[in-house]
Write a protein that binds this ligand. Structure first.
Ligand code: SF4
Ligand code: SF4
Length: 451
């Protein structure tokens, strides 16, 4: 038996890979080596060209301080504060005053007659329509409205042993269903109330009537790739089109997955940005690591993803978290921090606390300043996705270099890689004219394959 076979056998045993996974190849990576904390693996469909370390123990790719970390209040997020906090209202009024009382929309569409480069009426139309299903209430309902789903749910909680399967198999099947319904990546995390907004944990003191039931066991994290060419236009309007399209797909997919779970007789609570913090849930579910830019960085799409989640009492098997050198790379790379037009990204080392009341303190990380980010350019900026080296198409040379760097476990290469990455002009704003000159036939995932 070869060394590879032994590693693969150990990997399958320690990770509890189920029989569906064995049958379909879903979830079974090629094992490169056993490491101190788990296994170094490759899996093209899940991780793209990047090898990742799957952590088989209890370690996570972040540290928390339990004395500081508490459930965050939803009303303290910058989006909520924009509605009620007089400090935020004053700040936003100052921005409007600086713009002569004109909104960004009025500046671009009325004063600029819809002809401002990268902010044209064509660009605005794509953006506005891309948000079409993002905030539609029915998609994030906590209960089904469908008679046929109710009929199936009334049969009671389904047991996979009915068809000779087990919960490992069904965990793979639920991720398969997630991709079928439109997610780009899916993972399962054990439910951690620390990541849930405080208002959704207590019936008596919150501002919301809904409270996550004590029966919830797991969260399915869903990541949605955003259009590469759209994000490349940042801070042009097409970046917001890519963002809106991600939000719209999130809502539809999370809704369908919740209905699927309900039909099997289990609870399902879909959420977009609301209800809980998405990024730590996605990290716990093995979708990626946290970058200096404060975003989830995935091996396959870098930070160019949006995240939704579905809470459930279905007894699924959580996925292990992963590492692939993001923290080490970000220590050497300052690209997002140096290029952030609002100075919202830290150029310093990681800390336990941030500078804003909208930061959720208690995790050792790079804290961003959400207020200044929010206030920049009518909320159409994605520069810290556009110029991140991990954003590059899946099979680009930077991915190959990162891959070699990880294999060599060399940190000294990181700085060289950052310089090389910028040398070819990568990360600069593209014009929306370029976007519209393409026929769109190679969009999102199909483009990924051709890049
Ligand atoms: S979205 Fe733009 S303004 Fe906000 S942190 Fe990223 S680069 Fe800075
Ligand atoms: S741009 Fe560089 S520092 Fe910022 S998240 Fe990406 S790799 Fe990390």
């Amino acid at each position: 038996m070869s060394n590879n076979d032994i590693q693969r056998r150990d990997f399958l045993k320690k990770m509890g890979i189920g029989s569906i996974a064995l049958g379909t190849g879903l979830g079974i990576p090629k094992v490169l080596a056993e490491t101190d904390n788990g296994f170094l693996v490759e899996n093209q469909s899940q991780y793209g060209e990047t090898p990742v370390e799957v952590l088989s123990g209890k370690e996570f790719p972040y540290q928390i301080n339990p004395d500081i970390l508490k459930s965050m209040r939803n009303r303290m997020t910058v989006f909520s504060r924009n509605g009620w906090d007089p400090i935020r209202r004053e700040e936003m009024q100052k921005i409007r005053d600086k713009q002569g009382g004109r909104s960004i929309f009025q500046i671009n569409m009325i004063d600029g007659e819809g002809k401002v480069p990268n902010q044209t009426r064509l660009d605005y139309a794509l953006m506005q329509a891309s948000w079409a299903t993002a905030h539609m209430d029915p998609f994030y309902d906590w209960e089904t409205r469908s008679y046929s789903i109710k009929q199936l749910a009334q049969l009671g909680p389904w047991n996979p042993s009915d068809i000779n399967l087990n919960w490992n198999d069904i965990s793979v099947a639920v991720k398969h269903a997630s991709l079928f319904y439109g997610a780009s990546l899916a993972g399962i995390a054990k439910y951690n109330p620390l990541w849930v907004y405080d208002e959704y944990l207590h019936a008596d003191e919150g501002t919301n009537k809904k409270v996550i039931p004590g029966t919830i066991k797991n969260v399915i994290a869903l990541a949605f790739e955003e259009d590469y060419d759209g994000i490349t236009n940042s801070p042009g309007r097409l970046a917001s089109a890519a963002t809106g399209d991600g939000y719209s797909r999130m809502a539809v997919t999370a809704h369908k997955l919740a209905e699927f779970i309900r039909a099997l007789g289990y609870q399902a609570i879909p959420a977009g940005n609301g209800t809980a913090l998405s990024i730590p849930i996605a990290i716990d579910a093995g979708l990626g690591e946290l970058g200096r830019n404060g975003l989830l960085v995935t091996p396959k799409y870098g930070p160019r993803v949006r995240i939704a989640k579905v809470f459930t009492d279905m007894p699924l098997i959580p996925d292990p978290p992963i590492r692939f050198g993001v923290k080490e790379f970000c220590e050497a790379c300052m690209i997002c921090a140096n290029d952030c037009p609002s100075g919202s990204i830290s150029t310093e080392g990681q800390t336990w606390e941030g500078k804003s009341v909208s930061n959720n303190n208690g995790t050792k990380k790079w804290y961003i300043i959400p207020e200044t980010c929010n206030d920049y350019n009518g909320f159409s900026c994605s520069n810290c996705k556009r110029n991140c080296p991990f954003n590059k198409p899946n099979n680009s040379w930077i991915h190959k270099l990162i891959r070699d760097n990880i294999k060599l476990k060399s940190k000294s290469l990181d700085k060289v890689m950052v310089k090389l990455d910028q040398a070819g002009g990568y990360g600069e704003e593209s014009s929306s004219t370029e976007f519209w000159e393409k026929d769109g036939s190679a969009s999102i995932t199909s483009r990924e394959a051709k890049a």
